[in-house]
Design a protein around this ligand. Sequence first.
Ligand SMILES: Cc1cc2nc3c(=O)[nH]c(=O)nc-3n(C[C@H](O)[C@H](O)[C@H](O)COP(=O)(O)OP(=O)(O)OC[C@H]3O[C@@H](n4cnc5c(N)ncnc54)[C@H](O)[C@@H]3O)c2cc1C
Length: 487
Amino acid sequence: MSVVIVGAGPTGLLLAGDLAEAGIPVTVLERRAEESNLTRAFGLHARSLELLEMRGLADRLVAEGTRLPEVRVRIGNAVGALDLRHPESRFPFILILKQARTEAALLERALDHGAEIVHGAEVTGLEQDARGAVVTTADGRVFTADHMVGCDGAHSAVRDLIGAGFPGRSYPDRILLADVLLTGDLGGAINPFMADAGVSLLAPYGDGWFRAVIWDRTVQGVPTEAPLTLEQVRESLRRIAGDDFGAAEIGWSTRFLSERRQADRYRSGRVFLAGDAAHVHSPLGAMGMNTGIQDAANLSWKLIAAHRGWAPGWLLDTYQTERHPAGRTALRLTDTVLRVATAPAAVRPFRPYVLPALLDRPAVRRRARRTISALNVRYPAPPGIEETPSLGHRVPDLPLPEGAGGRLHARAHRDRFTLLDASPGGAAAAQAEEWSDRVDPVRTGDLGLSGMDVLLVRPDGYLAWSGREPEAGQVRAALRDWCGAPA
Ligand SMILES: Cc1cc2nc3c(=O)[nH]c(=O)nc-3n(C[C@H](O)[C@H](O)[C@H](O)COP(=O)(O)OP(=O)(O)OC[C@H]3O[C@@H](n4cnc5c(N)ncnc54)[C@H](O)[C@@H]3O)c2cc1C
């Protein structure tokens, strides 16, 4: 079996690395002739970092980026703080890092594992039948595969070629994006400023440069093609934040018309959509790249299971039932942030009172923090599968014996289930013997999870099944449900 991925952005590269590491022949077709040097996304959230940690990449990226534990919203003289110190994650912050750096790490990993990346290959045609999928490029090359994944971004050709709809709408608002060198001190936080004139957000890269995201009411008439100058950024910052923070230099910049759209289906037979090809939203919230990384991590192990021949019949369909709702949540959240930011005149006077008061409430803070970081994503039970406590939740980074990696997230378990057994006799772990080609049994001490002492953890770190002192037959039934018939 082989897989063709269209698009070498962060989504396609993470997927390519996973498949290649599992020994699946994978070809990535990329329209660009050269490497990307665009900044674009600038933040990695906790769940993405956890998934990158499972791939051995998080420490390197954290060392390269800047950790910000707080979003400090200023509305006139009022200040509200959103605390990102997730107590449940090893990554209690948002990591500010240019997209190109994240892409470079993912590219290196994919190449190390033997993925083939073909540059200058623009996909223009696609057909599929019972035998496979065939894609053609603009210069007439033909590639065949058993599965194809369109990771080809917002204007996805693959999405059009499978006839998927992309309902939603374009926002009329022009957002200014720029990397600026500031000499002023803004502290170690993401700094959104809200005023009648608009909204500006400044996020430090840690070397004096900041990503500025600006929605300025007074420049909405300027066409998107018009270049953005340092003086215009200074003016907008002064108008909105009351200060240009000593903006001294401008790097990459663009005027950006954002959209809110989601593909109506993520799968058509042998073809899947992931990342921006499946969903696009406003950059406020920094969720675009993160959602794509999480799509890829959800799909890769399912394709590997299909390739190895043990995937239950329903498994590939769960990509749609799990990731479509997650994409919808990202759309809703970024839409809400944009609406608050661009609120009409009648609402704006209330913002300095309502927003800080809301962010002061622990329950609101927790929910906002967990939604933005995707720590709260929960997948539904597949049809006909036993729904045990906490099914579909992210499994925390549980402590494990040294011989088993020391921590759950430190284990390389991208293509294997983990059966954690803290039951008194340890009988559950023994049941996994016949599934040893796809399940790692681990005997552990108390998991500290009330009501559960045996957990079947999916390769992407979500919970498939849980039990308390289960009978051998229950464990075997769960293994059979999720991991197919024994080898
Ligand atoms: C101006 C801008 C600013 C942004 N700012 C932020 C931000 O601040 N925070 C955030 O989280 N997100 C931001 N995003 C979104 C973020 O960049 C994307 O969510 C992320 O890049 C998605 O990754 P992807 O791999 O799915 O798609 P992409 O990164 O778009 O990669 C798609 C790849 O497919 C290739 N391709 C396209 N068509 C074809 C074809 N027919 N054949 C072969 N290859 C093809 C492209 O060349 C590209 O390399 C921004 C996006 C833009 C455009």
